[in-house]
Unconditional design. Sequence first.
Length: 373
Amino acid sequence: MRILCIGGFIDYTIQLANALSEKETVMLVIPARKSSPDEHLATIDEKVNLYLLVASPARPRYHPANLLLIRDFLSKMRQYNPDVVHIQIGTNMLYLILLPFIKRYPFVTTFHDVRRHLGSESSRANFLRYWLRKYSDEIIVHGEKLKKQMVEEYHQASEKVHALHIGEHEVSPFKKYERKDIEEDGNLALFFGRIWEYKGLEYLIKAEPLITKELPDARIVIAGAGENFKRYEDMMGNRRDYFIVHNYRIPYEEGAELFQRSSVVVLPYIEASQSGVVPTAYGFRKPVVVTDVGSVPESVEDGKTGFVVPPRDPEALAQAVIRLLRDERLRKQMGENAYKKLKEDFSWDNIALRTLEVYKKAIGARRRRKAKK
């Protein structure tokens, strides 16, 4: 099978392409704004055929000269003649330009977020999503709740939508930098990833006084970038000494150290689809505290790999973190359970096999439609 993967969520798409290339022929297309490889590209397996759609940083994204890049790509796609095209939906309107050409082939779209996140609504992105839902032969989402949402809110046929785990999302790029000389600090709770309103960081900040009242040596590590961080600094007020802040995009090497040093990973989201932070935490044998939003709890066995608490509830969040920081034996057992779950339920081999089944279904559906004409 010749598979053409077009990356929107680059880190996820690379890991999926690597796994698929163990079984089939894969071309990976990554829209990029620069030609020099970054740490994402360095993780691509040599069996994957990489094609970079590189636009000049000196030109606006929609400059007419970029049409030449699209022409070259379409020529390459025709030569490759894929059996199936798989799009990872982002916000790049390039997909809309390519759609009339892509829909000639059986194609699958992964909607990592069925609905746009709080604070990131965009009429342009919604327009793109509408056409991708309309023309996709099959759709992949990362959880049963998300499948239900796609079916009920966007009127997609249930048999067209497939719920697959997000996989060992970014685990191997971080684990590459794991070091034996780094020990866990029993006092650290880690918030990791993009910082936007929907991530609920304000509720972890509100939970901090409750945590440190019980455990004075506890500290909250905040690692990531996103919206203006000043609003969160203002929330901390005169309690900033209880926080360790890394307000920038965290490279894999530094991220690996943060996961190793932390005792628990906290995801206080107020709305979400799923999270790649959960499997990364599991990869470092760390239990998680997550909120009951979207399909995030489907990745967590409450009381076994972590705790699930209500969203917007600093007291419940604090009690779960306190319980794990206080009980080293409990968090170590949960960490082992988490790692086992990662290697069974989230394994890329498992995800790749299930994704291939979706591809076969898309190809079969397209053939049947052609036969009826």
